[in-house]
Design a protein around this ligand. Sequence first.
Ligand code: C2E
Ligand code: CA
Ligand code: CA
Length: 668
Amino acid sequence: MLRRVLLVDDEAAMRSALKRQLRATEYEVLVAGSGKEALDILAATEVQVVVSDVRMPEMTGDVLMTRIKHQYPEVVGILLTGYAELNAVIRVLNEGAVFRFLQKPWEPEALLDCLHDAFVCWQEKQQVNDQHTYLENHEHALLETDAEGRTLYVNQKAVRLLNINEDISGAPLEAVLPMLRPEQLLYLASGEQRQLEVQDKTNGQMLRVSSQALHSERRMFRVEKLFELDTLAIPELLSRQELLYQLDRLLLSSGEPVTAIYLDINGFRRFNDSLGYQQADRLLAMIAAELLKAKPEGASLGRMSGDEFALFIAGGFSLADICGQLEAMLLPFHDLIHFAGRELHVAFRVGYARSPVDGQDADELLRNAQVAANTASRGGRRTVVCYQQHMNTHDSEFVSLQSDLYRSLERDQLFVLYQPKVSMPDGRIAGAEALIRWEHGTRGVISPSVFIPMAEENGLIDPIGDWVLAAASAQKRIWEAQQVPDFVLSVNLSGRQLEDDALLDRVRDLIQQNALHASQIELEITETFLMQDISHSLELLRGLKALGVRLAIDDFGTGYSSLNYLHQLPVDTLKIDRSFVTGLGQNHEAFELVKNIIHLSHDMGKRVVAEGVETREQLDILTGLQCDEIQGFFFSPPVSADSFRELLENQPLIMLDVTTEGAVPARI
Ligand code: C2E
Ligand code: CA
Ligand code: CA
C-alpha cells in the first residue's frame, strides 16, 4: 500500500525543508501551501497522514485539522507548532482531531518516529472501521462490552430491536438488556460462549441472546428475535410459533412419546357477533386464563389462532387418561360463565394426536390433533377424538363432497322429508318435522348429519337454510290448499342462520308469500346454541316470537342443563333428545330425567315432544309420564310429502286401547 503524507505550510522554505527530511523514506510526499489547497488535494487523492503548520493565514492548522476530522475521519493529523499556539493545539488534541504535535524546532528523527506512529494509528483505525462495517452489516443485533459489562458499541439492528433511544455508551448491560434477570446476565458474562432464550414482556418478543468472549477482555453479545408472542397479553400463554418451537424441541429431546391436544371453542363466531371483537378478545383471554390455571401439570398451552388453543405434554396417554385430564381442565366451563353482564356457555371440540405414530414433528402432530378436533361433534356427546390416519384420507373425500355441496342447490339435489309428531294419547298428527336430504349424484342419499355441519363450516348453510324454509313453507301451502287436517310444521334452524340479522325478515316474508298461519309454523333451535349466550338468545327468540311463530328447543338435555333458565325463554315446546328416550327402558337415571323434564315443562306451560321413539315400551313409559307428543320410527320415519299426506288422511295413527303389539306399520 502506498503511504502518502500531505505537508501543509504557507512558507515555501518550510515545505522544502520538510520534503527534504522525508526524501529517503518510503513515504510519498504531497505538499499544499494553504488549508484550502490541502482540502482540495484530500478531495482528489487518498492520503493517510497530514502534517500541518499551525500558523497560516486564512485557515490556521488547527481549524484545518478540525475540518479534516469531520470530512475524512480516517486521516491522521500531526501539527507543527510553536509555544504561542499551544492553546489551539490542546483544543484539537482534546477534540481528537489531531494525533500528535511536534514542537518547533523538531529533530528529524522525532518527525520520522511520529510519522511511523501515525501510520500505525491509521492502520488501527482502519481495522476498527472494518470491524464496525462488519458489525453494522451483521444480520443480528450486536453489542460489545468491556470486562466490566459496560457497553462499548451497539449496531443499528440492536438499537432498533432493543428500542434504544439514548446514548448507551458506557451503560451497564442490564440497562441495555433489561429483560434479563441478574443471574441470567451473570451466566451470559461467564465462559467462552453462552446462550439463552428469554421473553421480552414489554413488546411480546421471544429473544435468543448469545455471548462470546473476545480478546482484550471484551465480550460480544448477539440478540436474535425468535418470534412475536401472543396478543392476549398473557405471558404464560404461548403463541402459535412459540408452541410449535417448544413442541419441536420437546420432540427432539424427549425419549418418550408426546401428546398434543387441540381445543376448538364451539361457535365462537357467535360471541364475536354478540359481544364485538374487543369484548370477545377479553372473553378469550379469560378462557385462556382458566385453561392455564387448570391445565395438566407439565403441559404447555398456547393459542393457535383466534379461538383455537393447543397444549402438549410429554407422555403418550390413553383416551381415558386424556379425558380425565381434560375433564379437570374444562371443569370451569361446565357452569355458565359470567361475562360482561351476560351468562355464556363455552364448549370445546377436542382432538389429540400422539408422537411418533400420529406425527414426527410439531407441525404434523398439531395438524393431526386439529384434524381430530374437527371431526369431534359439536353437540356434546363425542367431543374428544383421537387422531386416526384415515381422517386425513377422508379429507380429500371431504373436500370433493364439499365442492359437490356447492352445486347441490343448482342441481336441484336437495329435498325434504316429513316426520310426524303424534299427539298422545289420541294418536292424531299434531305436527311434522321437515328434515332435509341430499340426493348426491353418485353417492346416493346423504344424511344431514354429514352435510349440515359441512354447510355450517363453509357458510352454505345460509342458502341451504333459506331453501329448506322456502321449500317447507311452499309445501305447507300446498297441503293447506288440499285441505288436509291442521298441524304444525317444524323447521330446523342452525346456529349460523340464527346469527343472521336477515332471518326475521326472511321468515316474515315466507309466511306472507305463502299466506300461512304463523302459529302453524314452528322453528326448532338446539339447546346448545340457545345456552351459549342467554341474553342474546332471549332477544332473538322474542323477535321470532313477535312474528307469531312457535319455537321449540331441540335436543333438549344434551347441552347445559338449563332448567333454571328455561322459564325465561319464550319457547312453546321442548324436544327431549333421543339419547334419553333410548335410555328409558334401560336405566333409571334416564327415566328420572325425562320425568323431571316433563313435569317442569308442564309447570311452565310448555309442551313436550319425545324424539326417537322406536319401541312400544318407550311409548308406554312416555305416555305414562304424560309426554304430549311422540316422534320416532315407532310411528313413522321421515317420509315424502305425498306419503305424509296419506298419513294425515289415515288418522289416528294408533288406538292405544286397541293395539297392544305395536303401531300401524310405518309407510313411506
Ligand atoms: P334432529 O333435529 O334431532 O332431527 C331428528 C333426527 O332423528 C332426524 O335425523 C330423524 O330422522 C331422526 N329420527 C327420528 N326418529 C328416529 C328414531 O326413532 N330413531 C332414530 N335412530 N332416529 C330417528 P336426520 O333427518 O338424519 O337429521 C339429523 C339432523 O340433521 C337433525 O337432527 C338436524 O339437527 C339436522 N337437520 C336435518 N334437517 C335439517 C334442516 O333442514 N336444517 C338444519 N339446520 N338442520 C337439519
Ligand atoms: Ca330437530
Ligand atoms: Ca333433535
